[in-house]
Design a protein. Structure first.
Lengths: 526, 391
């Protein structure tokens, strides 16, 4: 018997007179003990489909069609009936482990709430069950963790607690909405293993929502590919991967940053170099604010980038890679020489640095946060020109138009505001803002990780083109080894502020020396 | 989602430059205005308020004990704007003509007949009826009075006990010194609103500047100024105002100064918090990486963020200031009692419970004034809400 059966589901959002069709005529089913993956890029309606199964959508959503859980109709079911199913028969795991746990409650209290609600367990019985659950999701010394608050756990541990909460009442169906997206690659692999193992031991079905095809291949029995609110293709995982029928599936499968950067010409000028750069944040204690110790964000980093060269900095969150880049740009303080275009700029005043700012630019990760929502594209892109002046004989708007054209945007859009653009287009705008000053060095801080795979490929191509044309030096920061492989000449692996391995692209990727690098590779290329 | 990532472009590679769209009002502000207009209550409140305040700004032309225009022996006089001695109209005194005196009125109408000193009523009647007096033609003049022929401090001795109830001459009655209540309301409304707007503007400018500096630079500057603000905020401002009032005479600008002196700390916290949050936004960092100066970053990137929170706070400051002014006047520590103060009217209402028109007038004036302001600011705040702006 099918655990979940969705037939001809339509979801429409109504807001201020406008209707948005988020899901259109979606039909699929989940069999007992099966893992089904809903795959698609952002905005394809996969999360909306999942949330509609237990009517967790906001009031502005209109749901039509049929959703059956073990034969019971869920569309238009009573609130009491839905509550019975939610968290008991169907459980959810969400993407953000930071925000899905209440920061003011201990782990024991959060888990206990669901137990007492659905099973009436309390006191010692509940405690025993909680410890059992925490052990099951692989949290070491669960007894000592009971009174911990969410902020005392790491991201991976939090996601484990979330899974424990979802398992608490022995659900039939577990719906996981991008459960590993916010986690580091090595942790990601652990969580996926855990989910697969739990599915077997608890005899659950799993509905897995993700944009990452690598995960799908690893975990799913069947795949539904979604695009623009519709399922364009579904079938057995192996079949879909070996013999995709729909064009969109083919595009998705092919969407992987490939290729390699052009070779650096001999005798290329060194743009920036550091030797033993150290970034320690002092911890002060007591009334006199005496320095009691240091948070060592980066220890002894020596880097060197030449014209037309890309240095890829790889590491998991908290490894200090962004801190290092900000220090090289002199946006935060550090100790040790930073030689930029032959001058040691360490300790320079900001007024002295100002002319150099033109030559070093940065592109940030979040294309939504890095553009001021109150300025037009022209104002955003031309901001640097206001500081450093337009090149002679050229009009400001003409320069903006040229650079927008160069990054692949229509210059006619320069009077619009950022919210009118998609993520990929916004990242192009951010790149245009950096490029308009003709910099020598561009720091790229995870420029692709907030984007869909197909868009990532386009951005990687664009970056490579720009480097070829202008001989740019890139400092490319990423946790995504595939993108790093496609862009970098040299690679540096960081872990907790230390550089564990550094070398050319081929050395690192074909012959990693340290265990940590090998673990990263295994997780990324699986 | 089918977002076109590439837009087809002319083959020759040069991008067509769109015509420059420079308008005085940015599209963003246009949308805010649209949002504001969509809120009918706020829009109507704004219209009514603008009318009332606009009218009250010209209070001298509406309620005054001097005529708007006088014609005397063929020449025109504008007593509201100019000083004319009584001798100008054939009187005896070199002081300013008291236009409300029946004798002066008679002199103007009859062109300066001496008979006016004996029997002004009859002279006026005869001149107005026949254009002549006792068979002789006179240089007849006329007087154009404002709608309400009393100013806020005009004592109109009508021979009844003050406060007198509303009647044809005094639409809202008189207060306990026989002054027209309607005239006092018009002047009092103007005074209250002007006071509140001036104080709010000054406190906001100072508060936002202080908060911006603290929040943006943080660190020791922040630590130091926070302590100063704590000390400053702990000063009992009412006592200071009472003490100052005991030494100096308090007038409008002294009170503005004192209110700003102790009121500027109100916004610092909000603005500081917004700046602390916004200074680490990626687009602020991007601007720093571009080499944009701190001053420009503050004004262009961070301040707009703080403005929404500030706007949410402004109505409280405006209404609070009106309330404080009224309270000070009510307690007798505010403006001198001759000033057209709504607080003083409230005090009179308390002291003269047998004259309920005073209490009703004071109540309704405050209620309407404050409600209009609250509705308007509610609309403004919603219009600035970024979630609404970007729908």
């Amino acid at each position: 018997m099918n655990v979940l059966e969705v037939e001809n589901l339509n979801v429409t959002f109504r807001q201020s007179g406008q209707e948005t069709h988020a899901v259109r005529g979606v039909s699929f089913h989940v069999e007992e003990g099966e893992t089904v993956a809903l795959v698609g890029e952002s905005g394809s309606g996969k999360s909306v489909t999942a949330l509609s199964t237990v009517a967790l959508l906001p009031d502005s959503a209109g749901v039509e069609g049929s959703i059956k859980y073990r034969g019971d109709e869920m569309v238009n079911a009573s609130e009491a009936q839905l509550r019975q199913v939610r968290g008991n028969d169907i459980s959810f795991i969400f993407q953000e482990p930071m925000t899905s746990l209440n920061p003011l409650h201990t782990i024991e209290k959060q888990l206990g709430e669901s137990l007492s609600l659905h099973q009436g367990l309390s006191g010692q019985a509940a405690r025993g069950r909680i410890v059992e659950l925490l052990t099951k999701v692989g949290i070491r010394d669960p007894e000592t963790r009971l009174s911990s608050y969410p902020h005392q756990l790491s991201g991976g541990q939090r996601q484990r607690v979330m899974i424990a909460m979802a398992l608490a009442n022995g659900p039939d169906l577990l719906i996981a909405d991008e459960p590993t997206t916010a986690l580091d690659v090595t942790i990601q692999a652990q969580i996926l293993e855990l989910l697969a193992e739990l599915k077997r031991s608890e005899k659950m079905s799993l509905l897995f929502i993700t944009h990452d095809l690598g995960i799908v291949r690893r975990i799913a029995d069947r795949v539904c590919v979604m695009q623009g609110g519709e399922i364009v293709e579904q079938g057995k995982t192996a079949e879909i991967f070996t013999n995709p029928q729909h064009n969109y599936t083919k595009t998705l499968l092919a969407a992987e940053p490939t290729g390699q950067p052009d070779a650096v010409p001999d005798g290329a000028e060194e743009i920036v170099s550091t030797s033993d750069l150290r970034i320690w944040f002092p911890i002060t204690r007591g009334l006199m604010r005496r320095t009691a110790g240091h948070i060592k964000a980066v220890n002894a980093a020596s880097v060197s980038v030449r014209e037309g060269e890309t240095l890829g900095i790889v590491g998991e969150s908290g490894s200090g890679k962004t801190t290092l880049a900000l220090a090289i740009m002199r946006l935060i303080s550090s100790q040790g020489p930073v030689v930029f275009l032959g001058q040691d700029i360490q300790g320079w005043k900001s007024s002295a640095l100002k002319p150099l700012r033109k030559d070093m630019q940065i592109v940030f990760q979040d294309p939504f946060g890095s553009l001021s929502p109150r300025m037009t594209i022209e104002q955003i892109v031309s901001e640097g020109l206001g500081v450093h002046g337009t090149s002679s004989g050229k009009d400001r708007r003409a320069m903006v138009a040229d650079i927008l054209h160069e990054v692949g945007l229509d210059p006619a859009m320069m009077d619009r505001y950022p919210h009118e653009f998609s993520g990929g287009q916004r990242q192009r705008i951010a790149i245009a803002r950096a490029m308009i000053l003709n910099p020598r060095l561009v720091v790229l801080d995870e420029p692709t990780s907030a984007l869909d795979m197909t868009v990532q490929v386009q951005i990687v191509d664009l970056l490579r083109d720009l480097q070829r044309k202008h001989g740019l030096a890139y400092l490319f920061i990423s946790h995504d080894l595939k993108v790093v492989r496609a862009l970098s000449h040299k690679v540096m692996v960081m872990k907790q502020g230390d550089i564990v391995e550094a070398g050319t692209r081929d050395e690192i990727f074909s012959n990693p020396q340290t265990d940590y690098t090998r673990a990263l590779m295994a997780a990324a290329f699986g | 989602m089918a977002h076109p990532e590439h837009t087809p472009m002319a083959e020759n590679g040069t991008a067509a430059l769109p015509p420059e769209r420079r308008t005085w009002v940015s599209p963003l502000n246009k949308r805010r205005w649209q949002n504001f207009k969509a809120n009918r209550r706020a829009l109507w409140s704004l219209i009514i308020f603008a009318l009332l305040y606009g009218v009250s700004l010209g209070a001298e032309l509406i309620a005054n004990d001097k005529p708007l225009l006088v014609q005397y022996q063929g020449s025109y006089y504008t007593p509201i704007f100019n000083f004319y001695p009584e001798t100008e109209f054939g009187g005896d005194f070199r002081t300013e003509a008291v236009y409300r005196d029946i004798e002066v009125e008679c002199l103007i109408i009859s062109g300066g007949l001496d008979t006016c000193w004996d029997d002004p009523e009859d002279v006026i009647r005869e001149v107005q009826d026949t254009g002549m007096f006792e068979g002789e033609s006179v240089a007849q003049g006329w007087v154009l009075w404002p709608l309400i022929p009393y100013s806020y401090n005009t004592v109109n001795d009508i021979g009844r006990a003050a406060p007198s109830p509303p009647d044809g001459t005094h639409l809202l009655g008189t207060d306990d010194t026989a002054r027209d209540v309607l005239a006092r309301v018009i002047y009092g409304f103007r005074l209250s609103i002007s006071f509140a707007l001036i104080v709010t503007f000054l406190t906001s400018v100072i508060g936002i500047t202080a908060g911006a500096i603290q929040g943006y630079f943080g660190g020791l500057i922040d630590l130091f100024f926070q302590r100063i603000i704590e000390l400053w905020g702990a000063t009992p401002s009412l006592y200071i105002i009472i003490i100052i009032g005991a030494i100096f005479t308090i007038d409008f600008w002294t009170l503005v100064f004192l209110m700003v002196l102790f009121g500027w700390t109100g916004l610092v916290g909000v603005v500081r918090a917004e700046f602390l949050r916004a200074r680490n936004f990626e687009y602020v960092r991007a601007a720093r990486a571009l080499g944009v100066s701190n001053r420009v970053i503050i004004f262009r990137h961070v301040l707009p963020n703080a403005m929404v929170a500030t706007l949410t706070f402004l109505p409280f400051i405006v209404t609070g200031t009106i309330g404080t002014l009224a309270a000070l006047d009510f307690l007798g520590f505010g403006l001198p009692s001759s000033a057209p103060s709504l607080g003083e009217m409230t005090l009179q209402a308390k002291n003269n419970l047998q004259a309920p028109w005073l209490a009703f007038t004071a109540f309704f004036t405050f209620a309407i004034m404050l409600s209009l302001l609250v509705f308007i600011f509610e609309g403004v705040r919603d219009a600035f809400d970024p979630r609404k702006t970007f729908q």
